[in-house]
Design a protein. Structure first.
Length: 324
């Protein structure tokens, strides 16, 4: 049976071990931006396909989780014996280090199944450069809309960083010029643009970082600010959108869930700022649970709208009380 798709997620899923600041360790768990975002998208109701490469060692339970999330797996290829595996080490909840144990092969344009090519949007979210630049170039040549997560293109999950090198940043320029929207965290941005500061906690202005990405060819830049919210910039104008207040248990996957919520709502409305607000509430649900990618952490669309309504009502009442 033929199936049409709203969005195709590109990136290798991983077998992950998470080491928390308090010494707690959980393993093995299903992880990666591709896994989080595709399952969240599927749970929200988007028609999502996943293009990824795995090894024969991939636990069957991981496939089951993806299937539970209504993720189409025609684009999952088993190549060799090893799935990408890593150790995710948190120094504290919003700063991390990634150590790779195994890596599956990269994803090329030829690995994308033909039915996926008709999708409205492609989301490239590698862990460590595994989505080839040439695949992005080919999709752009076909007129496809592409969102890119820079965490795996030199950011925090990458084994190599541009470190402000002009030659390496010029390589990144081609990717940014072909992307409709580029997403990065503050931590990602520092690894790419100012690596000497990436190892330290810093309050580097997100507006300056965003302008640097614009100078490299990105038309729309979205920088996640952790508990402070999100900075979105299009051209010369930018806005900070504060985060939704919620209980935090585990921030793993927060940015990926945010991106998934954003994409889901953008596909429905075409409005980036509305999509950002939806994505922030989506992330709020995910960080209240733990244990990697599992279906129980992922919200339904009606749950997000309900929380957004409650939050808006609270803010309206708070503002009204100030005027009394």
């Amino acid at each position: 049976m033929n199936r049409s798709y709203d969005v195709i997620v590109l990136g290798n899923i991983i077998i992950e071990t998470i080491n928390f600041p308090n010494g707690r360790i959980i393993t093995p768990v299903l992880g990666s931006p591709a896994a989080y975002s595709s399952v969240v998208l599927g749970k929200l109701g988007s028609r999502v396909g996943l293009c990824t490469k795995v090894g024969s060692d991939l636990p069957g339970s991981f496939r089951h989780t993806l299937a539970q999330g209504n993720v189409d797996l025609e684009g999952m290829k088993t190549v060799g014996e090893v799935t990408t595996a890593n150790l995710l080490i948190y120094n504290y909840l919003e700063k991390k280090k990634v150590e790779y144990i195994h890596k599956a092969p990269p994803i090329e344009f030829r690995d994308i199944p033909k039915p996926y090519i008709e999708a409205d949007l492609f989301y490239a979210c590698p862990m460590d450069f595994e989505v080839a630049f040439s695949a992005i170039e080919e999709l752009h040549h076909m007129g496809k809309k592409i969102f890119v997560d820079l965490g795996g293109y030199g950011g925090a999950t990458s084994s190599e960083h541009q470190r402000g090198s002009k030659s390496k940043l010029n390589e990144l320029r081609g990717l940014l010029e072909r992307s409709y929207l580029a997403k990065a965290s503050i931590e990602d941005s520092l690894h790419i643009l100012e690596p000497e500061k990436a190892e330290a906690s810093t309050d580097r202005d997100e507006r300056d970082l965003s302008n640097m990405f614009h100078d490299l060819g990105s038309e729309r830049v979205l920088i996640t600010l952790g508990s402070r919210g999100v900075y979105f910039s299009e051209g010369t104008s930018g806005v900070v959108m504060p985060s939704t207040r919620c209980r935090v248990l585990d921030t793993t996957g927060a940015g990926d869930a945010f991106a998934a919520g954003l994409i889901h709502q953008y596909l429905k409305t075409g409005n980036i700022e509305k999509a950002i607000a939806f994505g922030q509430v989506t992330a709020c649900f995910v960080i209240q649970g733990s244990g990697g990618v599992n279906i129980k952490r992922m919200p339904r669309e009606d749950q997000i709208h309900e929380l957004m309504s409650m939050t808006n009502n609270y803010l309206e009442e708070k503002e009204a009380s100030k005027r009394r």
